[in-house]
Design a protein around this ligand. Sequence first.
Ligand code: PFF
Length: 446
Amino acid sequence: MNETLERWQSRRAFILAVTGAAVGLGNIWRFPYMTGENGGAAFLLLYVVFVALLGLPMMMAEIMIGRAGRRSPMQALAFLADEAGVSPLWRWLGLFGAMTTFFILSFYSVVSGWSIEYLVGAVNGDFVGRSAPQIGSGFEAFLLDPLRMTFNHTLFMLLTMSVVAAGINSGLEKLNNVMMPLLYLILLVLGGYAVTTAGFGEAMHWLFTPDLAAIDLTVVLNAMGHAFFTLAVGACALMAYGAYMPDDQSLPRAVFAVALLDIAVALLSGIAIFSVVFSHGLDPTEGPGLMFVTLPVAFSGLPGGQLWLGAFFLLLLVATWTSSINLAEPMVAMLVGRGWRRGRAATLIGALVWLVGLLSVLSFSSLKDVHWFVGMNFFALVTTVPPDIFLPIGGLLIAIFAVWRMPKEAAISALGVSPGRFVIWRTLVRYVSIPLTAIVLLSSLI
Ligand code: PFF
């Protein structure tokens, strides 16, 4: 397969695209509930450490491979392995990544569908004047309604695949350019609102005063998995975006900007959500339903509350949309690289992901008690194993390929750094990121 000639039209477009991939459910939905379930500030601290030591260097490795290969992940790895004269088996890493994005997208779409439902509900004023138990049972009733959930899941898959089908410049780039600034705007407004609530002080305490005794191996593994998930690292999805990166852009600078933005968004939405949670004496350890129950409760009695609530779910929808197109792109690019038309490739991939997503939909009703693996139903399984296990494994392999298999000159030129900085980065990846990931993974497997 030949090199792709498509490019992001500007440096800004590349940064927005990668930020769009990074900022999503991970920041707004998963970060708050994982923090709630894993002891608050201690989890946050570990997550930031992992972003710095693993996420950033590995993100550079992943995008660098895409940029050097200028093909879809599987084809880029095959091409680079061939050039370097190393095992052709490396191409399968691209397929492993595609499988990871496939499963993540299947639940991603279902949860994003919830935000469509809640956005519409907020706009209609459905939550006005309702009590906490009423709102809680409303969420449960929604989860027990596979038809409504399937409808929203279908809508979200259509939104995603129509953008991917439109291509890099007229699809992905356009969406990111419009949606990302909108997202920051909504978030800043919501953050400003959080400061005025009674729970703000408690939320700050909960997020920023770590209790180190709360850290155990599970918390460490979850924080590591979350660092990968939130930065979108380890699934070769950023590799796909790297293939379209302009030649004259500094990769490290772009990656730093993205990581900072990603942490900032997580913190701002954490502050907003927990301020609301504590203002109303709600339970921060509620789990995946956290924002879908607590936020409508909190806003139900406020003047203009529905507007804030609608803004929140709009924020979530915008963020997930730009992430889901990143999840779909590598699979579609792989077929396009084999001569498929983009529209067809997007239709096929979209249909398959949609089908598997139905298993997540049914995990709240008829398949609730069907356990696929150590007591987990399908939804519990796909929201845990691909993010917390597959992404770190993928990231580990990507990093190994980047620092031990790729020729040094090719790596330096694709990273766009001086040889001195290259050595610093490579040393960090070889002796910190790779061993740390391997240790955490192994100890949790044992
Ligand atoms: N980073 C996204 C989020 O935080 O929601 C999720 C994600 C996107 C994970 C793309 C993996 C990926 F390849």
